[in-house]
Design a protein around this ligand. Structure first.
Ligand code: MTE
Length: 170
């Protein structure tokens, strides 16, 4: 385990229609491009339906078996009956980081009042950071943009990085 970049990441698109091939996933590939531009190594990308067990299986595998530094999910954070991504994520977390969800919603409210409907959470599991983003490509982009400036510093600290915060902050 290293506390220095480049960090690895995995992208999980959570969508019933996407998993059945009835809708093309543009959010996952959009996030992939953004994260590569930010210097992340994208190790995995998967589409799963809005199903607790399948969401959890992917997240557990990526953290526990593969030690991936950052897991980003997109979709299933809203208030439709099928939306279960935060419920699937919460029991996997050792520690929640409420500020990440707060920052994403705060920034997103400047774009659309519907931002208050995203219940996405974030937190740590072992030495990894997990973040839920909403599902549309626009929403996923706008939400990750709000946290990009602090992602590398967050992962550095989660891994026990000892440098002063001022020395690693963007
Ligand atoms: N946040 C931003 N920045 N931009 C958006 O367009 N869409 C919202 C919200 N967050 C949106 C956003 C909408 S319409 C919904 S329903 C919720 O995210 C939940 O989306 P999800 O169920 O696809 O995860």
């Amino acid at each position: 385990m290293t506390s220095e970049p480049p960090y690895s990441c995995a992208i999980l698109t959570v969508s019933d229609k996407g998993s059945r091939g009835e809708r093309q996933d543009t959010s996952g590939p959009g996030l992939k491009k953004i994260l590569i531009e930010q210097g992340f190594e994208v190790r995995a990308y998967q589409i799963v339906p809005d199903q607790m067990e399948m969401i959890q299986e992917a997240m557990r595998r990526w953290v526990d078996d593969e030690g991936i530094d950052l897991i980003v999910s997109t979709g299933g954070t809203g208030v439709s009956p099928s939306d279960v991504t935060p419920e699937a994520t919460r029991p996997l977390l050792d520690r929640e980081i409420p500020g990440i969800g707060e920052a994403m919603r705060q920034a997103s409210m400047l774009k659309t009042a519907n931002a208050m409907l995203s219940r996405g959470i974030a937190g740590t599991r072992k030495a990894s950071l997990i973040i839920n983003l909403p599902g549309s490509e626009k929403a996923a982009r706008e939400n990750i943009a709000a946290v990009l400036p602090t992602l590398a510093h967050a992962i550095y600290k989660i891994k026990g990085g000892m440098k002063d915060c001022g020395a690693t902050q963007g």
